[in-house]
Unconditional design. Structure first.
Length: 183
């Protein structure tokens, strides 16, 4: 990678059902690790849960990490974030992530994750974010969202170009490879 490696923001949840933690935490860890091993700087929201695991995977693989945190009472911050930017409100935090990132990977998450990935889609759609910045939806988690997108197209609320604004990948290594080839 060049002297200024590309930065990939990982959108993911701060928590999940306890019974599913080993599965989702491993996906996040492996994604951070795969991206770092591919030479990317990894960015997350620096919170607990999947965000922390993604940063930990990148850090333990020797990668550079950035946390763009939201200051929330009682919320633990990842210890694996090398550089941290902290914000009191969501809008400026999200703007910083958009400014820093050259590509995006969406892992399982909740409303915050959905907000982040749909903002990327909306900005790409109106050409406020370059189409060349890849957005990868990882794993099978987003199959229901893809169905919603298909319904939007069928009902005329979006055209088929929506499907060109993101890529589906099965595994973390596939996401890293796709980003390498498409940046």
């Amino acid at each position: 990678m060049p002297n200024n490696p590309a930065r990939v923001a990982i959108f993911c949840g701060s928590g999940c059902a306890k019974i599913r933690q080993p599965y989702y935490f491993d996906i996040a860890y492996q994604t951070g690790k795969a991206l770092a091993q591919a030479g990317f700087v990894v960015i997350t929201g620096a919170g607990p849960g999947l965000m922390d695991e993604a940063l930990r995977g990148a850090h333990e693989a020797g990668g550079e990490t950035i946390g763009v945190a939201l200051n929330m009472d009682g919320r633990k911050r990842s210890q694996s974030a090398g550089t941290v930017f902290a914000y009191d409100t969501l809008g400026p935090r999200q703007a910083k992530i958009m400014e820093l990132a050259d590509a995006f990977v969406a892992l399982p998450g909740g409303i915050g994750t959905l907000y982040e990935l749909t903002e990327v889609l909306a900005l790409k759609r109106v050409n406020e974010l370059p189409h060349r910045k890849p957005l990868v939806l990882l794993g099978d988690y987003y199959q229901h969202l893809i169905k919603v997108f298909d319904d939007m197209i069928t009902e005329g609320f979006a055209d088929e170009s929506l499907q060109e604004l993101f890529h589906l990948a099965k595994e973390p290594a596939d996401a890293a490879t796709y980003i390498q080839k498409n940046l």
